[in-house]
Design a protein around this ligand. Structure first.
Ligand code: COI
Length: 355
C-alpha cells in the first residue's frame, strides 16, 4: 500500500506548547496518519496529513455500539541525540488481539510501524526535551460504517495521533494514593477486560471520579465475581513486593496484558528478584500490610510508567505503604526503564527501536 503525504506548509505549523506544563494529552502535533478499511478491499488510502477533524455519519457504528480500540506507546528524545520507540511492534500486535475480540480487521503490523516512523520523522520537532517528557502515540481504530444493526461494521478508520506529554499523574514520580473499590467492577472473565477497547475506560470513569472526590488518585479494581481478587489499577497493572518476591495478578481473562507489566517482570527476573504471577486476594494484601511482609506496591503502564503506591484505602480505612515513600524496587524499575527508553542505559532485551 502506498503512503500519501499531504504535509502542512512550514508557515502553517502550530506553535509548540511550553514543555514545563505539558500535562497529559492536551496538545496534538501537526500531522496524523489515517488508513481506511473497507470489507472486500482491505486497508487502503493510507495518508499522513494535517491533524484535524473527521467527518463521520451520525449513524457511524462506533457512536452506537462502541467498536473502538486503541493503544498507547511513546517516542522518547534520547540523551545521545537519537530518538526511540519502546517495544512498538508489541503494541501493534496487542492492538490486533483487541481487533480480533471486537470483530474488527487486523492491521498490517510491519506497514503500520513503518508509517508510524515516517509520521514521527515528519513531526520529530514535537518530541519534547524536558526530563521525563515524551511524545505519546495513540493508535486508534473505529467503526465508521453508517448503520444501526448490531453487527461488525464493514468500514473502519485507523489513525495515529501524537501528543507531547509530561507525567500522567499530577504527582509525577511520587507515591499515589489508591482507593480499592468493591462497589464497581471493571471487567469479568469472558468479557472484554483483557483488550484495549474504549468501553472499558468509559466504565471506569465513575469509580475514578468517586475515588478522586475522596482524595485518591486512582482505583484498584477487584475481580467482577467475588470482588476479592486484585485485578489492576485504573490505567495500569499492579505489583506487590511481599516477602522479597515480586507478585502480580496472573492474567485471568479480565486483566490487560501490559507491555510495561511484561517489561517489569523480565527486568526483575534478570536482577534475580523472584517474580510470581498468581491470583492475589485483597485479604492477602491487607494481611501482608498488617504483618509487615508487604514491602512495596507499584503500578506499571505506558502513560504512567512506574507509579509507587503510597497508600491504599480499603473499606473506609487508609493503610500507608512503605511509609508513603518511593520503594527501592519501584525506584530501580523506574530508573532502569527510563534509562532504556531514553537511551542512556544498555538494552539487553532489544526493546528500544531507534527512529
Ligand atoms: C497507557 O498507559 O498508554 C494507556 O493507554 C492508559 C490510558 C488510558 C491513559
Amino acid at each position: 500500500m502506498k503512503l500519501d503525504l499531504e504535509l502542512v506548509p512550514e508557515r502553517d505549523l502550530k506553535n509548540k506548547p511550553d514543555e514545563k506544563h505539558l500535562g497529559f494529552g492536551k496538545y496534538f502535533t501537526d500531522h496524523m496518519l489515517v488508513i481506511k478499511y473497507t470489507h472486500g478491499e482491505g486497508w487502503h488510502d493510507a495518508i499522513i496529513k494535517k491533524y484535524g477533524d473527521f467527518s463521520l455519519d451520525p449513524a457511524a457504528m462506533v457512536f452506537h455500539y462502541g467498536q473502538a480500540i486503541f493503544e498507547g506507546l511513546k517516542a522518547y528524545r534520547g540523551t545521545n541525540g537519537a530518538n526511540y520507540l519502546f517495544r512498538p511492534a508489541d503494541n501493534l500486535r496487542r492492538m490486533n488481539d483487541s481487533a480480533k475480540r471486537m470483530c474488527m480487521p487486523a492491521l498490517p503490523v510491519d506497514y503500520v510501524l513503518e508509517a508510524l516512523k515516517k509520521l514521527l520523522e515528519i513531526d520529530q520537532q514535537w518530541i519534547p526535551k524536558a526530563p521525563g517528557s515524551s511524545l505519546y502515540i495513540r493508535p486508534t481504530m473505529i467503526a465508521s460504517e453508517a448503520g444501526l444493526g448490531v453487527k461488525p461494521a464493514k468500514e473502519y478508520l485507523f489513525y495515529i495521533i501524537l501528543s507531547p506529554v509530561g507525567a500522567y499523574y499530577p504527582e509525577g514520580f511520587n507515591p499515589v494514593k489508591i482507593y480499592v473499590t468493591d462497589k464497581y467492577v471493571r471487567a469479568v472473565k469472558g468479557g472484554v477486560g483483557e483488550v484495549k477497547t474504549a468501553g472499558n475506560y468509559a466504565a471506569s470513569i465513575m469509580a475514578a471520579l468517586e475515588a478522586q472526590q475522596k482524595g485518591y488518585t486512582q482505583v484498584l479494581w477487584l475481580d467482577g465475581i467475588e470482588r476479592r481478587y486484585v485485578e489492576e489499577i485504573g490505567t495500569s497493572n499492579i505489583f506487590f513486593k511481599i516477602n522479597d518476591e515480586l507478585v502480580t495478578p496472573a492474567l485471568s481473562g479480565s486483566i490487560l496484558p501490559g507491555i510495561t507489566r511484561d517489561s517489569v517482570m523480565k527486568l526483575a527476573q534478570h536482577w534475580g528478584v523472584p517474580v510470581v504471577e498468581r491470583p492475589v486476594s485483597i485479604d492477602e494484601v491487607m494481611q501482608a500490610v498488617e504483618d509487615d511482609s508487604l514491602q512495596e506496591i507499584f503500578a506499571s503502564g505506558t502513560a504512567a510508567s512506574i507509579s509507587p503506591v503510597g497508600a491504599l484505602n480499603y473499606q473506609g480505612k487508609e493503610y500507608p505503604i512503605h511509609g508513603e515513600k518511593i520503594g527501592p524496587l519501584a525506584q530501580r524499575m523506574f530508573s532502569e526503564l527510563q534509562g532504556i527508553q531514553y537511551g542512556s542505559l544498555g538494552d539487553i532485551f532489544g526493546w528500544r527501536v531507534a527512529l
